[in-house]
Write a protein that binds this ligand. Structure first.
Ligand SMILES: Nc1nc2c(ncn2[C@@H]2O[C@H](COP(=O)(O)OP(=O)(O)OP(=O)(O)O)[C@@H](O)[C@H]2O)c(=O)[nH]1
Ligand SMILES: [Mg+2]
Length: 300
């Protein structure tokens, strides 16, 4: 690789739910693009985050976690993740060092083998475990799959990320950058705003509720005073869920709205007036329009 030739390519971040894919992408890009929670299945579609490293442009593709899908939404999520891997120049497989090898990681390693894709293995969350447990994990993974490289990282603390970028650079095709130098993502502000609200929703509500809802931005109005008025809808499946989301005296929804607004004001760098409505849409998980708005392909 000659130093002065530019390289550019798509780098898919693949892994079981909760492995730290979105945290990693945000750290690599240096900006919050994908939402992060401690719950599984936070990310529902592919999000692009663009980083420059030396003379290389890396277009990271954060993907939904891969697991055994049952519902239509889950199938669409997993299918989006595999599509991200299929289109990528480089695949990075993230494994949570604390959780080690589970059925989902096994499934991904098998899928990569079937597709003839060699991945860079990044063992994540090394800040959370004892170092001496890593050796056996690396060995087990190497026995299962064929990886071009193995790296130990902490997406949260930033450990090993320079090494990871250097490593990825080696596998990027030569070519001009595909995006302008200062572009960090292609996600629209409307979608970003919906995701921020969904993050607060995920953090605030429990059990099946986070999975029973989707958030859409319905109106976006720039005001003369420089602020922005955003209207969003949270779709849930049942009246009982609506009541929980709103909470006693509207407390729960108010709290979600406040947290989302604070994040949005920071991200957009202006005042935000956020109005969130909760609507019951029975079976929204089988409603094609919702998939279009989520950026997901409809799966039969
Ligand atoms: N200790 C530690 N925690 C981490 C690290 N990376 C991610 N996490 C945590 O792991 C949890 C899941 O992180 P996400 O980035 O949302 O994981 P994900 O793989 O995108 O999850 P899905 O979108 O649900 O598939 C969050 O609580 C993160 O803070 C790390 O390097 N160390
Ligand atoms: Mg994620």
């Amino acid at each position: 690789m000659t130093e002065n030739k530019s390289h550019c390519g798509f780098v898919a971040l693949l892994g079981a739910p909760n492995a730290g894919k979105s945290t990693l992408m945000n750290s690599l890009v240096g900006s919050k693009i994908s939402i992060v929670t401690h719950k599984v299945q936070t990310t529902r579609t592919r999000f692009i985050g663009i980083a420059l490293h030396k003379n290389n442009q890396m277009i990271f593709v954060d993907t939904p976690g891969i697991f055994e899908p049952k519902k239509r939404l889950e199938r669409a999520m997993v299918s989006a993740a595999w599509a991200g891997a299929g289109d990528a120049d480089v695949v990075v497989l993230l494994v949570d060092a604390e959780r080690r090898i589970d059925a989902n990681t096994r499934r991904i390693i098998d899928g990569l083998k079937e597709g003839g894709k060699k991945a860079v293995l990044a063992i994540n969350k090394i800040d959370a475990i004892r170092r001496d447990s890593l050796l056996s994990l690396v060995k087990e993974l190497n026995d299962m799959g064929d990886f071009s490289e193995v790296l130990l990282i902490s997406a949260l603390k930033g450990d090993g990320l320079e090494d990871l970028k250097d490593t990825i650079s080696k596998y990027l095709p030569e070519g001009p950058w595909l995006y302008p130098e200062d572009q960090m993502t292609d996600i629209t502000e409307r979608m970003l705003a919906a995701e921020v609200t969904r993050e607060k929703f995920f953090l605030r509500l429990h059990e099946e509720l986070p999975y029973a809802a989707t958030v859409e931005t319905e109106a976006w109005q720039e005001k003369k005073d420089g602020s922005v008025r955003i209207e969003q809808v949270i779709y849930v499946e049942r009246e009982t869920q609506k009541a929980i989301v709103i909470g006693k005296g509207g407390r729960s929804l108010k709290e979600i709205g406040k947290l989302a607004r604070l994040d949005l004001e920071e991200m957009l760098d202006r005042r935000v007036h956020l109005f969130i409505f909760v609507k019951v849409r029975k079976n929204w998980g089988n409603d094609k329009e919702r998939y279009d708005n989520m950026g997901l392909e409809w799966v039969e």
